[in-house]
Design a protein around this ligand. Structure first.
Ligand code: AMP
Length: 129
C-alpha cells in the first residue's frame, strides 16, 4: 500500500510544499517539533534510510542540505538539527528541525500552527531557495 508520503508526492493528499526536484520533495511536518520542521523525502518509496544505495543516499543529503540552508535563513534558531526516525511513516524522510533547545530534538513537545501559518511559513522558506 502506498505510504502517506507517496500520496503527497502523487498529489492525492495536500502538503505545505517547500521544495521539489525530479527525485525529492520537501514539505512542512504537519505535527512540528518547532516552527519550520520540514521533511525531505525521496519520491521513490523506500522504507529504510540505509536501504538507499550510495548515490540515492548522497543525493538525499545534498537535497536536505539545500533545504536546511533556506530554513536557516528563514527561522531564527541556534542551528538546524537533522534526524531520521521512520517509526511512524515507512518511507525514507529526513527531519530538518530548527533547534532552540534540546527539547526541539526530542519529538516529545509539539507546536501548533494553523493552516495560514503553515502556508505563510512555506512561502517564506521557498523564497530562500
Ligand atoms: P517518523 O516516521 O517517526 O519519522 O515520523 C513521521 C513524521 O511525519 C511525523 O513527524 C509526522 O508528524 C509527519 N507526518 C505524518 N503525516 C504527515 C502529513 N500528511 N504531512 C506532513 N507530515 C506528516
Amino acid at each position: 500500500m502506498a505510504t502517506v508520503f507517496t500520496k503527497i508526492i502523487t498529489g492525492e493528499i495536500p502538503c505545505y510544499k517547500v521544495h521539489e526536484n525530479e527525485h525529492f520533495i520537501a514539505f512542512l511536518d504537519i505535527n512540528p517539533n518547532a516552527k519550520g520542521h520540514t521533511l525531505c523525502v525521496p519520491k521513490k518509496e523506500t522504507n529504510k534510510l540505509f536501504d538507499l544505495d550510495a548515490s540515492e543516499y548522497t543525493a538525499l543529503m545534498n537535497f536536505s542540505r539545500e533545504v536546511a540552508l533556506a530554513l536557516r535563513k528563514t527561522i531564527p534558531c541556534l542551528r538546524i538539527g537533522m534526524s531520521v526516525i521512520g517509526l511512524e511513516v515507512p518511507h525514507v524522510h529526513v527531519h530538518l528541525i530548527p533547534l532552540h533547545s534540546m527539547e526541539n530534538a526530542t519529538f516529545q513537545h509539539k507546536v501548533a500552527l494553523n493552516p495560514e501559518e503553515f502556508e505563510e511559513l512555506a512561502i517564506q522558506i521557498r523564497q530562500h531557495l
